[in-house]
Design a protein. Sequence first.
Length: 194
Amino acid sequence: MKLVFATNNPHKLQEISHLLSNSIELLSLNDINCNDEIPENQETLEGNAAEKSFYIYNKYGFNCFADDTGLEIEALNGEPGVYSARYAGDERSAENNMNLVLEKLAKIKNRKARFRTVISLVIDGHEIQFEGIVDGQILEEKRGKTGFGYDPIFQPEESHLSFAEMPMEEKSKISHRGRAVQKLVEYLIQHKDN
């Protein structure tokens, strides 16, 4: 079975192909010669993930999955959420995004937050979604050098380390994306022979 993952992020691709069984051939956007700027115009993670996967399925005819992830901070009414990548502006600077979050939370005691990933899988025109959530808190300062995005200021409940202080294997075991991918993989393995 061939499946396109609608991403150009080599880290994400590697992470997922590592989890998939050998009976599923994972293709990247490069593999199908897609250089399009894939639209993400929806107001929810669910909407964006679906928009991306259906875009590839409808235009290129491949079964496909896409993900969208957001950081949801309780004291900020769920912000930045669907706007996580461009929270501090369209240049999508992780540094600026983190600084804006730290600034907004400067005088706030409630640091509860969660990362949420939604994966939209489209097979033969039918969609199914999978969700992964990790609860934690926003730290008062950046810690750690690995990871990307908001990882240096997010500490999951299961650990005393920030995501950016963890080795990739450890983060993958408990991360939001890891949890959503696990559900996706279980589904694909169960249904691969249908």
